[in-house]
Design a protein around this ligand. Structure first.
Ligand code: GAL
Length: 645
């Protein structure tokens, strides 16, 4: 049994990436270790896609080569995050059990030849993957190079659901656990509608392709089931690893991944890890990346997390793969560290010469040499003491809910374009522009540490989640609520009563009508006019509720649009950036929260982590800041780390 490695408190951020030695002859492994040392690599993730090499034929294992890789890395002073290699089964699995391949909603089956071709409910996949993990753990759990286990890879990417008969059986089992009897299921799904009543469990199916809109309650439970089904694989591997090893266990997340409820996964990870692939073609990509960092911190209840993958320059899976511009690779790496990452890792160490990712940048290019910017970053991080293990100081929270996202994404909503993630990003961008440091938290989280909470179009709220918001406001918290929030319960059912039933009393406003407009609508707020698309509402504020902004022109001319009821702000329309900022600025002033550094120019980010102040200039021009009375100059796309004043 190993004891936990130096994981919890690395002295400086880990630096390294996915290492796929099976793609290379052994003499290259030796060279790799030399090059890694020269580039400042301290951690390698080994074996993510090695199953076919580790078990070339069913039950025939070849693990010796992996031992040689681990020995070489250890000899070079490089720690290992050992993958369980179960992310992608070898082609023999499909031959052994063709039913292990995933089936789409229309009944068509996917084939091997790519990756992750397995049905999440396949018992063959489960048995064979656990057999492999048992071998790996028995053989290498005590290898001195190991500091971390890496289960699977980006669960749910690319197959998050399967509609086969085995999945249908598993879905029924899951539904029985959740609802008990068949009549409880009928009540939860509202099957009195469209003659959908089920009289026998055998009639209950996954939401396969149907003539028109399916049942939204069924679709919501399906999403929950699919997330739990993959979580079951993670847990089975984790539990097996725990029997052999006390090392921490992780699996890599992918930000706001639509199909897995990471807030239900995260409590089962010893350390949260994340793969981030910004789009350099998007001039605001650093804002979305910041939000993902803040989600990872929120998922880990504020604990440090690991940037498990990023690219050095380009990916190869977009239509046009724009490379990071000079400075961005370094600045975006430091952004992750600023926002709680204790590791800066990459996909992948050495660029492949064959296969689907040969045009994806790596730490070592096709010329066989580490990139200069990689070695420079490795050296810089090796000197970055006093940051790892430290908390990030944020007093603002933004609530993100996967179940709400799923429920709202069902068809037959008033406006399909109104989407939870889009609205969450809209509000987050406003906080970023205001310079606020935000934790992205799950609904129902303990909010007592926050002075300001933003609830961005959270359509579905469970009872406990409503209670958490009420307790927060009763305790003196300031709350900002976006339109179309609090409409339904956790079964996606609308309570009888005035809209939005779940939040009406907190808002001090009744929504009389939801009015997606045919064309743009104007909202007047704090002396400015803002054009709004997609959504508007007719509001009836309670006596005492202040009107901060109103609709101007059209049918809603003069009607309230933005309100304030005590410390609760409500925006009945998705406001453009300036309007969103105006609401947030008023709420931040009411809450007494401000930026990590006052007077930040647009496009410049300041984040405090522990005693360090990270300053990041995302613009293409130099900027001058004043920190503790001293001038600080940042070049275009530059970053500096200072002691916080
Ligand atoms: C990730 C994946 C890696 C690699 C990378 C390319 O989603 O985990 O294995 O494919 O994308 O950007």
């Amino acid at each position: 049994m190993t004891t936990p490695g130096p994981w919890s408190a690395p002295h400086v951020p880990w630096f390294g990436g996915d290492y796929n030695p099976e793609q290379w002859p052994e003499d290259v492994w030796v060279r790799d270790v030399e090059l890694m040392r020269a580039a400042g690599v301290t951690l390698a993730t080994v074996g993510v896609f090695s199953w076919a090499r580790l078990e070339p034929r069913p039950g025939e294992y070849d693990l010796d080569w992996l031992g040689r890789v681990l020995d070489l890395l250890h000899g070079g002073g490089i720690a290992v995050d050992l993958a369980t290699a179960t992310a992608s089964p070898p082609p023999w699995l499909a031959r052994l059990d063709p039913a292990s391949l995933p089936v789409r909603a229309d009944g068509s089956r996917l084939w091997p030849g790519s990756r992750q071709a397995y049905c999440p409910s396949s018992t063959t996949y489960r048995e064979r993957s656990l057999a492999l993990v048992e071998r790996l753990a028995t053989r290498y759990a005590d290898h001195p190079a190991l500091v971390l286990w890496h289960v699977g890879n980006e669960f749910g990417n690319h197959v998050a659901e399967c509609f086969c008969d085995r999945s249908a059986e598993r879905f029924r089992e899951w539904l029985r656990d959740r609802h008990g009897g068949i009549e409880a299921l009928n009540a939860a799904w509202g099957t009195a509608f469209w003659s959908q009543h089920y009289s026998d469990w055998a009639e209950v199916l996954p939401p396969r392709a149907t003539p028109t809109f399916g049942n939204p309650g069924q679709a919501l439970d399906w999403r929950r089931f699919c997330s739990d089904e993959l979580l079951g694989h993670y847990l089975a591997e984790r539990d097996l690893l725990r029997r052999h090893s006390a090392l921490p266990v992780t699996t890599n997340f992918v930000g706001f991944w639509p199909e897995l409820d990471y807030s239900s996964w995260a409590p089962h990870l010893d350390v949260v890890s994340q793969d981030t692939y910004q789009d350099p073609a998007d001039p605001r990509t650093h804002v979305d990346a910041a939000m993902v960092c803040d989600l990872m911190r929120g998922l880990g209840d504020g604990r440090p997390w690991l940037l498990m993958e990023q690219t050095t320059a380009r990916v190869n899976w977009r239509e046009r793969n724009v490379a990071k511009r000079p400075g961005q690779y370094r600045a975006w790496s430091l952004q992750a560290v600023a926002r709680g990452a204790d590791a800066v890792l990459h996909f992948q160490w050495r660029q492949s010469t064959a296969g689907a990712e040969k045009w994806h940048s790596a730490m070592v290019g096709h010329d066989g040499e580490p990139r200069a910017d990689v070695a420079a970053l490795g050296a810089e991080l090796a000197a970055l003491t006093g940051v790892t293990g430290q908390p990030v100081h944020g007093r603002t929270a933004l609530v993100f809910s996967w179940p709400s996202w799923w429920a709202q994404a069902q068809p037959a909503q008033p406006a399909a374009e109104l989407d939870h993630l889009t609205e969450a990003r809209r509000w987050y961008a406003g906080t970023w522009d205001e310079g606020l440091t935000v934790d992205v938290v799950r609904p129902g989280a303990d909010l007592t540490a926050y002075a300001l909470v933003v609830l961005p179009t959270v359509y579905l709220l469970a009872d406990a989640e409503v209670a958490a918001l009420e307790a927060y406001v009763a305790g003196g918290g300031t709350l900002v609520v976006g339109c179309w929030s609090g409409l339904v319960d956790d079964r996606d059912q609308v309570p009888v009563g005035r809209y939005p039933a779940r939040l009406r009393d907190l808002l001090g406003v009744t929504v009389l009508e939801h009015l997606p407009p045919a064309g743009p609508v104007t909202v007047e707020l704090a002396g400015d006019r803002h054009q709004v698309a997609v959504w508007s509402e007719r509001l009836a504020p309670d006596p005492g509720t202040e009107v901060l902004g109103s609709y101007a022109g059209g049918e809603l001319d003069g009607c309230p649009a933005v309100t304030r009821h005590g410390r609760v702000f409500y925006a009945s329309a998705p406001l453009p950036p300036a309007g969103t900022r105006a609401v947030l600025a008023a709420a931040a002033a009411a809450a007494g929260v401000g930026p990590a550094l006052a007077g930040l120019p647009p496009g410049v980010e300041a984040v405090r982590r522990g005693d360090s102040l990270f300053l990041l200039n995302h613009t293409d021009a130099p900027v001058e800041l004043v920190v503790g009375g001293e001038p600080v100059r940042l070049a275009a796309r530059d970053a500096v780390v200072r002691r916080a004043p």
